[in-house]
Design a protein around this ligand. Sequence first.
Ligand SMILES: NC(=[NH2+])NCCC[C@H](N)C(=O)O
Length: 678
Amino acid sequence: MASAANLPASVEALSLQSTTRTSKFAGCFPSLNPMDIYREHIAEELGKATGIDSEKIYARLAWTNTLDKGDLSLALMSRRSHQAPALQIKKNPQELAKELAEKFPQSDLIQPPTYFGTHMQFFCKPRPLANTVLRRILTEKSAYGTNGNQGLKDPSDPSKGQKKIIIEFSSPNIAKPFHAGHLRSTIIGGFLANVHTVMGWDVVKMNYLGDWGKQYGLLANGYKYFGNEEALTKDPINHLFDVYVKVNRIVGDQEKPIEDFKNQIKSKKEKSEDVSELEAELAKLVDVSEDEKARRYFKSMEDGDQDALALWRRFRDLSIEKYKQTYARLNIDFDAYSGESQVKGESMTAAYEAMEKAGVSEKSEGAVIVDFTKHGAKKLGKAIIVRKDGTPLYLTRDIGAITEREEEYHFDKMIYVVAMQQDLHLAQLFKITELMGHKDLASRCQHINFGMVRGMSTRKGTVKFLDDILRDVGEKMHEVMKKNEVKYQQVEDPVQTADTLGITAVMVQDMTGKRINGYDFNLDAMTSFEGDTGPYLQYAHARLCSMTRKSGLNVDELSTANFDLLTEQHAVDLIRLLAQWPDVLLQTAKTLEPITVLSYLFRMTHMLSSSYEVLNVINSEPELKKARMALYASARQVLNNGMRVLGLNPVERRRCIPGQVGRVRQSGSKYKAEEAGK
Ligand SMILES: NC(=[NH2+])NCCC[C@H](N)C(=O)O
């Protein structure tokens, strides 16, 4: 362990080390997270000076949300606190904070600590911090902030391998609209997959399609009337939806006479009149109805009729092909396309048996149900597992699927990214799993839910598919860009640029705020370059790229810059913020909230925009120019890393983004300063 005196030197050596230096503190990875060097140092020094167990100090050293509270802070709580009395303090915490701050020895890394209320605040000394952090960012590049140890089964023994996580997300229903719930699931799920990947997990991205049920019988029959081979191959998703809508219309038309017959029979029965003739007519009507035909067709699928299955499989395969193209635009590719159709009958049968054996299920009016109120889960009510006619339900398939996935993947964790409307469904699923005797399996599963998007409709009508949403936002983005004619002329590929920016706009709006909060789908707000929007984030990134190009400096040589020259408060604060990225990512792995990353990135872009004027690059002396460029290049790298975790495609060329530049010129606001300072 390095002493306070020689730490800066060893810090340097560490940052170039590719292997993980271990620490006596749990979860401390100084070679991956520069702030861990500081945590380790503070814990040891404070431990030595005060006799307090350094591990307890270490565990309590937290990163701060605002830089004025220090780079790390230590909360001191008295014994009376409801929290664990980690430090076993007998004293008044305020007094203790003061006393500990005074006892902290001289350090090359840390300024003399300050205290605020019951907190000790530690500020890093700027020079060693700059040297460590910037050099690391510039050499580690996209790996900066990642922590492969998090996903190891045993961080002290990498040979035991990675932990496996299944993230089930998106999961649309074939031939039905891709609604806002699916959009959010796709965005949040993609993000969760990225977070776990950079944290070293072995991630399985799974799409659980709604691809089974009577409606596929309806669709297959409808296809016989309205289907068109060419349209199917060209645009399967839209074509199948059209067919589905048309055949559903027939069903609707047939419902009325059937209903009328039923009512007539009912009233005649009440008068004890003979209804046999009417019943015979009704039976005939039902027999030829589309609904009944669909039921029969689906039955033939369930019974394994090869022709019926071949057609259904074609619909499914073609839809998946199309989905894949759309997901690719969001940087998402699934490892597994499972779906309700894929759940094996025997898994469900095994589940029924296990439930019966465990006394979980019971018969009720010919159906099999689970009455949760009898199993200590009043809130979950009752759920049907097998219908009267012996057929399984949505929940039943999920029960079969959870055990199949356990067998196939042996996962350490599984996340279901599904709208909060299905809170009850997933709570029932997990409870049944537990009651069936798989308590451990249930404990490894988690429902990540989210609120609803309000008013998601395109200008051409209601949204049907993901492609419609992306196209509409792209078009709107294109309009916004066109408003600045001069700049627009310079855009190389406006349609492509508008598309990328549009996708960013939708995604950033979705990730602004906690998952559980719903939001209004607002095309104007999301495509604006003003405020904390996707286009603004892209602009910030592209601007840093263009600055690098214009500097004429070789990016690969920036890590040899003299970082000691970065003394201005703006530079120091930016470096302090960049130092937080590994902690932000770690925190994100806990909150599983995109906003944890996004709000950090916006803090950074705000800080950047106020730095450009103060920290000019182009007109500075060569050494200073190189050092400042190294700082901006580091910021660009971290911004890029953060955007990628969110699933965004960072844009490199500012020339592609006219809106912001136009606004800058016109408004004369703080952005003018940005331009001048570039
Ligand atoms: N395992 C699950 N139930 N996942 C969620 C599936 C979502 C379903 N396809 C729907 O659109 O509502």
